[in-house]
Ligand binder design. Structure first.
Ligand SMILES: *Cc1c(COP(=O)(O)O)cnc(C)c1O
Length: 504
């Protein structure tokens, strides 16, 4: 026998009686006990998310060092570990799945995806190769196919579930590089906006495109890439003997939610023979909603598109997605085999081998969490949730934008907006400090977490509404808490027109 699972129900004789050390299988009863105990904790956790503080104590460096531990030689009981996880360690984090999480880019974590992960991990089938689990791989291909249709990509498009948006972009850059540069990589140049997500430069580097070959183009007053400057940079680089091959635009930046002029860039790339990749990690899923498509016109013409189901489709962390218009281009960069592998399918277009479309061979089964979530909710419900997030962001921005002292630097293009605080006579430094204080004070009230960014030379507070758990109630709270704290901060600074801290 193994060590006791539950401190309550097991006795130490279990441990002493362990005569079959190499047996790692749990009994049916033990598996049920572990599952039930975990489920009870998980459900309690989810149902109490709204009352959990929006950020646990995360300034715990010293505490973390006390957790350093060698691998235990003997196993221990399960229940105390669960207790530690749920009572002690999980609370020491940002409450990213909570309804008041409006920072960075939220996702939430749909429950069906957790169930799908449990099923994939307990059944542990091999989905790298179509032949080894054809029906399961077909489900993954179906889920990719649905996303392809939502994004209005052609049937000939290929796709891949990845671990996140960064890895989707990495694979897209590989496709563009292979098609346009072949072996002559060094002269190749990528163009992207100064506001682009840092994963683009990182992915480029991984794909062999060095930082000096990623040209960042300035943005307009709405933080969108200046396409006139882009065209000028491309012409200048061509004259200098370089080989412009790829434009990466953003369908919603992380800083301010800016959508680059996708249609203009699509036209330019078509005319100039460049690959156009769209980073839709934050904003791509808004395209699911037909009434919102005009906000992202041109997205459907991209050569490749990064999506993040763990953001805009509300899944738990761990799932990104890539679409490539020319599906064969994706397969071309990943086709590989070995003597121990089954023969390649005769008709690769008709059976999807994930390992021939991405870098992983042995892999999890990411398609199941997407597939099961869409099956259980239905697309209509997911679309309604996505479009509600935009509605909520519009309302929040309008109410916050009308507060005295608030300047809306970036009104919502999708569901993200950014603003700062100022008062007559205030300096940029004072405004930056006041905006930071605003974020801190709102967070300290425990219900709403916003994060900031530096853009356009100043510090901005930003609100990103994307968690499926964020509803009208949290928006009302957000507006109320921002209004209260703005009032307090302004009271400290105005009247005399200069900072007037009261002596205690
Ligand atoms: C989150 C994000 C990324 C990176 O995606 P990961 O899933 O975190 O790897 C890239 N671009 C944008 C716009 C994002 O919001």
């Amino acid at each position: 026998m193994r060590p006791p699972l539950m401190t309550m129900s097991s006795t130490s004789t279990d441990v002493q009686g362990d005569t079959d050390l190499a047996n790692l299988e749990y009994s049916a009863d033990e598996m049920r006990q572990m599952g039930d105990a975990t489920l009870a904790r998980a459900v309690e956790h989810i149902t109490s998310l709204a009352s959990q503080p929006v950020s646990g104590e995360v300034d715990v460096d010293t505490y973390c060092r006390t957790l350093l531990e060698p691998a235990p030689e003997k196993g221990s009981a399960f229940e105390p570990i669960l207790e530690q996880l749920f009572r002690e360690w999980i609370p020491k984090s940002l409450t990213t799945p909570g309804p008041g999480f409006l920072g960075y880019i939220p996702g939430g974590g749909l429950y069906p995806a957790a169930i799908a992960d449990f099923i994939q991990n307990t059944t542990n089938r091999y989905t790298g190769i179509w032949r080894s689990a054809p029906a399961l791989v077909q489900l993954e291909a179906n889920a990719l196919g649905w996303i392809r249709e939502w994004m209005q990509f052609p049937e000939s498009a290929g796709g891949l579930f990845t671990t996140g948006g960064s890895m989707a972009t990495f694979n897209a850059i590989l496709c563009a590089r292979e098609k346009h540069l072949g072996a002559d990589i060094r002269p190749g140049v990528i163009y992207t906006s100064a506001q682009v997500h840092h994963s683009v430069a990182k992915s480029a580097n991984l794909a062999g495109i060095m930082p000096d070959r990623v040209h960042r183009i300035e943005v307009d007053e709405q933080f969108r890439m200046r396409t006139d400057l882009m065209a000028r940079a491309i012409e200048a680089d061509r004259r200098a003997g370089l080989n412009p091959f790829l434009v990466v635009s953003s369908a919603g930046t992380t800083n301010t939610g800016a959508v680059d002029p996708l249609e203009v860039i699509a036209n330019y790339c078509a005319q100039e023979g460049l690959w156009h990749h769209v980073d839709g990690a934050y904003g791509g899923f808004f395209y699911m909603c037909p009434q919102l498509r005009p906000l992202l016109t041109g997205l459907e013409r991209a050569d490749s598109l990064t999506l993040d189901p763990h953001k805009g489709l509300f899944l738990p962390y761990g799932t990104g997605a890539l679409l490539v218009r020319d599906g064969a281009a994706l397969r071309r960069v990943h086709t590989a085999t070995g003597d121990y592998m089954p023969a390649m399918p005769d008709d690769p277009d008709n059976c999807y081998d994930p390992s021939q479309h991405g870098p992983d061979l042995s892999r999890g089964f990411p398609g199941l969490r997407v597939w099961l979530s869409v099956q259980l909710y239905g697309t209509e419900k997911l679309r309604a949730a996505v479009s509600e997030k935009r509605e909520l962001a519009l309302k929040a921005a309008s109410r916050i934008g009308h507060l005295p002292g608030i300047v809306m630097d970036a009104p919502p293009q999708l569901s993200l907006f950014a603003f700062h605080l100022e008062w007559p006579g205030s300096t940029l430094d004072e405004q930056n400090v006041a905006t930071t204080v605003l974020l801190d004070r709102v967070r300290d009230r425990g219900k709403i977490l916003m994060t900031g960014c530096t853009a356009g030379g100043r510090f901005l507070a930003r609100v990103c509404v994307l968690s499926f758990r964020t509803r009208q109630e949290q928006i009302d709270t957000c507006v109320q808490h921002v209004a209260d704290e703005v009032k307090r901060i302004l009271a400290d600074h105005t009247g005399s027109g200069r900072p007037s801290r009261q002596p205690d």
